[in-house]
Design a protein around this ligand. Structure first.
Ligand SMILES: [Zn+2]
Length: 417
């Protein structure tokens, strides 16, 4: 396991800014009180008799009981504890570097923090801070005790629950939240079967699969089955009929019941289709890679209805649940990876493309690319599986991402060369 930092720009509200300012100020005060007290002990020759823990208690718990420092009780206690921990660590580093226990340059004696510096307040998991579940939204929220839910721009996903969060005010006036996450370290290329899915509206999913041990690759597009499409057509016909019936009439009631019945049927058929697809994918692969869809954002656009109809959120949930119960891994990549724009074969950026463009020729390597398969290969690479992909041999990207018919053309030109 390795500790990794994830930093996001934060946008606290006016009230939160005021509360954060008090927290920063309080952290600075206890840090400085700690430093002043240790300096006093040092000058008095008592620094070996009084432990850091005792000084920490003096400047936090005991200080709160005095009239001059009573206001320390108004902010969360954990950032204060972290501030004195920082101060004692600074002292330990100072002593260790002077006694030779610590390598590298000699550390200076810890000095007081000034207001003009970068301001920070750290909370650990025992402060019960919480990253709220805002899956699918470009905004994240972290709940901090005595401050509230602070909004941040979720430029990428957090891989797991963080062990600490630091709120930072930079000298330029910008706020940041920085999470520490314990991440499993990526070891040598695992010989596993991997599938990457590009979920869409035109087809339900484009799936590319690799099996590095067998050196094999497969790909498929999953569309909605015929009976589901037929039921969907019947539903829209019935809805049109319903809208033509007179309000309050018996015929309207009959039409409404018909629509409701077909609605349920469409829902059941779709759920069944999703269950079967999820089961098949999870059974046949060790790792599944999915894109985090911007479902909330899409729900506000013209595509809203199709997104709802395709039930992509439900499919993602089913895959995740089944994978969990069978011990398979699901990797989610961020929603801002340029999966549909870049050529997965050579990396040439192709620019934004409207949904109607289903295939195009890459200007870099001349591969005729299939939009969905190309996106699926990019999703696999974005999940950090480039090495696993490469293990399937050269040309694997082209085989997986090219449009139907391109392969033959490639062969001809290679034969001619
Ligand atoms: Zn290319």
């Amino acid at each position: 396991m390795a500790l990794k930092r994830y930093r996001y720009r934060a946008y606290p509200t006016g009230g939160q800014v005021r509360m954060l300012a008090r927290t920063f100020g309080s952290c600075r005060v206890v840090f400085n009180d700690f430093v002043i007290e240790r300096q006093r002990l040092y000058r008095a020759g008592l620094h070996k008799d009084v432990s850091f823990a005792e000084t920490a208690r003096l400047v936090t718990t005991l200080a709160k009981q005095t009239p001059e420092r009573a206001w320390l009780g108004e902010v969360s206690a954990v950032p204060l504890q972290q501030a004195v921990d920082d101060a004692s660590r600074a002292y330990r580093n100072f002593f260790d570097s002077h006694t030779g226990k610590r390598k590298g340059r000699r550390m200076g004696m810890p000095s007081r923090k000034r207001r003009s510096h970068r301001q920070a307040a750290r909370s650990t998991a025992n402060a019960r801070f919480k990253v709220l579940d805002t899956n699918g939204s470009r905004w994240g929220k972290v709940r901090l005790p005595k401050i509230g839910d602070v909004r941040f721009a979720r430029s990428r996903d957090l891989p797991s629950a963080p062990s600490s969060v630091t709120v930072v005010l930079e000298p330029d006036g910008t706020y940041w939240v920085s999470f520490v996450v314990d991440e499993p370290t990526r070891e040598a290329v695992p010989a596993v079967k991997v599938a990457a899915l590009d979920l869409g509206l035109t087809d339900l999913a484009a799936v590319v699969s690799i099996d590095p041990e067998a050196g094999g690759t497969t790909r498929e597009k999953v569309t909605n089955p015929k009976h589901l499409r037929a039921a969907q057509r019947r539903l829209s016909r019935q809805q049109r009929a319903l809208s033509r019936k007179e309000k309050g009439s018996a015929n309207r009631t009959k039409a409404r019941i018909k629509v409701a019945r077909t609605h349920r049927k469409v829902r059941d058929l779709r759920a069944d289709h999703h269950h079967k697809l999820a089961r098949r994918l999870v059974t046949n692969h060790d790792v599944l890679v999915l894109e985090t869809l911007f479902l909330v954002g899409m729900g506000r656009t013209r595509l809203a209805k199709s997104v709802h109809d395709a039930g992509l959120g439900n499919l993602i949930r089913l895959i995740t649940e089944k994978a969990e119960s069978q011990g398979r891994t699901v990797l989610r990549i961020g929603q801002w990876e340029p999966t549909t724009q870049t050529c997965s074969v050579c990396g040439t950026p192709g620019g934004k493309k409207p949904l109607s463009i289903r295939e195009w020729t890459c200007g870099g390597c001349q591969t005729r690319l299939d939009r969905d398969y190309n996106a699926a290969v990019n999703i696999m690479v974005a999940a950090g599986l480039a090495e696993t992909l490469n293990a399937c041999g050269p040309g694997v990207r082209r085989t997986l991402a090219c449009a139907v018919g391109d392969e033959a053309g490639t062969h001809r030109s290679e034969a001619a060369a």
